[in-house]
Design a protein around this ligand. Structure first.
Ligand SMILES: *[C@@H]1O[C@H](CO)[C@@H](O)[C@H](O)[C@H]1NC(C)=O
Ligand SMILES: *[C@@H]1O[C@H](CO)[C@@H](O)[C@H](O)[C@H]1NC(C)=O
Ligand SMILES: *[C@@H]1O[C@H](CO)[C@@H](O)[C@H](O)[C@H]1NC(C)=O
Ligand SMILES: *[C@@H]1O[C@H](CO)[C@@H](O)[C@H](O)[C@H]1NC(C)=O
Length: 582
């Protein structure tokens, strides 16, 4: 354990004079770290007991609102459409003569308020990306929504909000996409992969009205087993521009431009399935500045046969997998390294925390599989994984919630560092009673330990370019000046002169489209901090200069949250839109 010196400058009555107080504190600057005095394990808060819609899919947009939606053919939700509107859709399975309830909602984080949105064709088990201009582009679904594309803009907050809603484009895709995965590409298009009985990929937006091209992907056929554990495949954009695609129990690296498999990865561990319905989860671990390597971590899942064994009169609920596999996807001879979680988990979500030092594994169950009535033991306690700690010292169980977050639950990172958690609808309809795990319409926040008040002295605050967090535009490879303050500024004992920050990093995080235990498009990059200087006369205020990623392969164009991180304590983020110079 390393001791760090804290230099704290307090303002005296005379603004020109400052009293420097030296404190010796222990800071987390080593493997193992320290447990803060209070708040270890994080905290849960109930934000809304009901938003009326179950959060099967969630996406945070750069207006700090979260677009939430369920499926539409599920009977009446608990949220009415505005202005007495009703949806009459003859292809609707449950209420073809009219449904006056909403199946999507917009959650305003700052106001802790929500409003109904209108989505009229079925979004069940669909996927999405956020376009470079910040519009949510959501694709696929079921029935009348199989091949639809829908957009939802980040509304301006200027009073026109009420008319700001979903737009739907019927049959915009070339193939049915139900349980497909989307990944944003460096050119801003979505790569859309798989789905039930779809062993192919396509791109959206289309080149033109006559573009109905679909590219076959035999790997999805090869990884289809009798339970179809190849759905919602995990897709990550590698730093070489190829796509890492994990399905069932193994992965390939796809050059999507030439439709060539350029690398084949070994089977993960014993070959247990990790994709829907044996849903595990997967993240691309945080990328260093100008990265030369990239790693993927896949955690949890369910043994083959778990889904089937829950069915029938005497259904049994098999314990979920406790293992994770970690692999350097950039290696010429890649190998999985197996690690063991503190507890089994299926349908867990993996979310990169903005400090770049931790991955939250949250939601899901300890047994069964994804599907209707297919899990019996909720996993109430999240786990944090610290990729840079030594093996054997990476997992830490967190504070438990009391709410079961089973099938059709989801989670997204918010700009303030909390995780927004919602959903759970493990039945065929909105069943609020007479079932073991009623459909859940609540929203909770999980505040990781770094948000505990005991860390407030160490928490950076970004003052410039955007004290309010409002979006700033940046170009690839550009430098961005960041001014931030820290109540107590930490420097390493052996590093730098007094007043210089030591353990400060800057991260940039792409908000995810989360559904079915996979946070699509999630990406965290450490930015190169080229210099940081204390602003004269204000010892706790610092100027830093950071370099944006050089290419759209490293960071596809669009909106990201940028955080200043002191040790492992992140600031509130600001939004930046990265784009090619006009
Ligand atoms: C649904 O709404 C009704 C009426 O507003 C309310 O009484 C009920 O508790 C709600 N149910 C759920 C599960 O939120
Ligand atoms: C699961 O059940 C389906 C449908 O009954 C069957 O076709 C399949 O072979 C079963 N798979 C396994 C792994 O038991
Ligand atoms: C859920 O409710 C529907 C009708 O609202 C009913 O038909 C169905 O059997 C229920 N499912 C369960 C698992 O209770
Ligand atoms: C720090 O940044 C602010 C605003 O970004 C700028 O006005 C100021 O000159 C900078 N100070 C130093 C010492 O670099």
């Amino acid at each position: 354990m390393e001791l760090s010196t804290l230099v704290v400058a307090k303002k005296t009555k005379n603004r020109a004079r400052h009293l420097a107080v030296l404190l010796l504190l222990v800071a987390c600057a080593c493997a193992g770290g320290i447990e803060p005095a209070g708040g270890a394990g994080g905290r849960w808060d109930l934000l809304q007991s009901s938003i009326g819609v179950s959060a099967m899919h969630m996406q945070l947009l750069h207006n700090d609102r979260v677009i939430i939606f369920d499926r539409t053919d599920f009977g009446r939700s608990n949220l009415s459409l505005p202005d007495g509107r009703c949806r009459v859709n003859p292809r609707e399975r449950v209420l073809p003569r009219g449904d006056c309830t909403a199946h999507s909602a917009e959650y305003d984080v700052a106001a802790n308020a929500f409003r109904p949105l209108s989505v009229f064709t079925d979004t069940w088990c669909s996927s999405g990306t956020v376009a470079p201009d910040g519009t949510l582009v959501q694709t696929g679904g079921w029935n009348d929504g199989f091949r639809n594309a829908r957009t939802m803009p980040a509304c301006g907050g200027t009073g026109d909000d009420k008319s700001c809603d979903w737009s739907e484009k019927q049959d915009a895709l070339a193939a049915n996409r139900w349980y497909a995965t989307n990944q944003i590409l460096p050119d801003g298009r979505a790569f859309i992969l798989g789905g039930r009985r779809q062993f192919s990929y396509e791109f959206y937006p289309k080149a033109g009205p006559s573009d109905t091209s679909v590219v076959q992907m035999p790997f999805l056929v090869q990884t289809k087993d009798p339970e179809e554990n190849n759905l919602y495949p995990f897709v990550h954009l590698n730093i070489d521009g190829n796509l890492f695609i994990f399905s069932n129990n193994r992965a390939v690296l796809l050059d999507y431009k030439s439709n060539k498999i350029v690398r084949t990865y070994p089977v993960l561990g014993d070959g247990d399935p990790r994709n829907y319905p044996s849903s595990g989860s997967s993240v691309l671990l945080p990328l260093k500045p100008n990265p030369t390597e990239a790693e993927v971590l896949v955690c949890g899942g369910a043994p083959a046969g778990s889904y089937n064994s829950t069915k029938g009169g005497a259904g049994t609920f098999v314990p979920a997998l406790t293992t994770c596999g970690r692999i350097k996807i950039t290696d010429a001879a890649p190998a999985w390294v197996i690690e063991t979680m503190p507890s089994p988990r299926v349908m867990g979500d993996m979310i990169l925390l903005p400090n770049g030092a931790e991955v939250a594994i949250i939601n899901g169950a300890a047994d069964g599989a994804a599907g209707w009535e297919s899990a019996k033991t909720p996993a109430y306690a999240p786990v944090v994984y610290r990729p840079d700690h030594s093996p054997g010292d990476r997992f830490e169980e967190q504070t438990a919630t009391g709410v079961a977050r089973l099938y059709h639950s989801s989670v997204v990172l918010l700009r303030d560092g909390r995780l927004l958690v919602g959903g759970s609808n493990p039945h065929t309809y909105y069943n609020f009673s007479n079932v073991q795990f009623p459909t859940d319409l609540s929203l909770e926040a999980f505040s990781p330990e770094y948000l505990d008040a005991s860390n407030d002295m160490l928490r950076p605050r970004i003052l410039d370019p955007s004290p309010t967090g409002a979006p700033t535009s940046v170009a690839y490879g550009a430098t961005m000046a960041l001014q931030f303050s820290v109540p107590a500024s930490v420097r390493r004992r052996h590093g730098g002169a007094a007043g210089l920050l030591g353990d400060v990093s800057v991260t940039m995080v792409a908000p995810s489209f989360t559904t079915h235990s996979f946070a699509m498009n999630q990406r965290l990059l450490f930015l190169d901090v080229t210099k940081n200087v204390a602003v004269r006369g204000r010892a706790s205020t610092f100027n830093a200069s950071v370099t944006m990623p050089a290419t759209a392969v490293l960071a596809p164009p669009g909106y990201y949250m940028v955080f200043v991180v002191n040790g492992h304590i992140p600031s509130e983020g600001i939004w930046v839109q990265i784009q090619a110079q006009q």
